[in-house]
Design a protein around this ligand. Structure first.
Ligand code: SF4
Ligand code: SF4
Length: 108
């Protein structure tokens, strides 16, 4: 029977540091997937931590977005061409700066 610790050690030696969970939005066969959205995230920058502190901070929306469509800029930006409206960013935002708004509704 193989030694599990030996296996894990050899497996780690094959680790490729260039592999990460991050993906980059791009036009694929499905086109601009933001077209599928039924609601969209709206950021209140007066509550958003990087905008308030005027320095890179938080960016949990960028970290958790499963589509990789949040740009960790000041102010934070979302690529609406590819945002699917899942609402994960709004759930994870610690300052409740993101509100999900039904498509077709006004932001206010
Ligand atoms: S709604 Fe979903 S896909 Fe759109 S920015 Fe937020 S986490 Fe990303
Ligand atoms: S998670 Fe909320 S507070 Fe943090 S950067 Fe994103 S919008 Fe701003």
């Amino acid at each position: 029977m193989p030694d599990i610790w030996e296996y894990e050690e050899s497996d780690m030696s094959k680790r490729d540091d260039s592999i990460s969970a991050m993906c980059t939005p791009a036009i694929g066969e499905a086109g601009k997937t933001g077209d599928w959205r039924s609601s969209r995230p709206v950021i209140d920058h007066s509550k958003c931590i990087p905008s308030l502190k005027k320095k890179p901070a938080c960016f949990l929306c960028w970290l958790y977005c499963p589509e990789g469509v949040v740009r960790a800029n000041i102010p934070v930006e979302i690529d609406m061409d590819y945002c699917k409206g899942c609402g994960v960013c709004a759930e994870e935002c610690p300052s409740k700066a993101i509100t999900m708004v039904r498509e077709g509704a006004t932001d206010e």
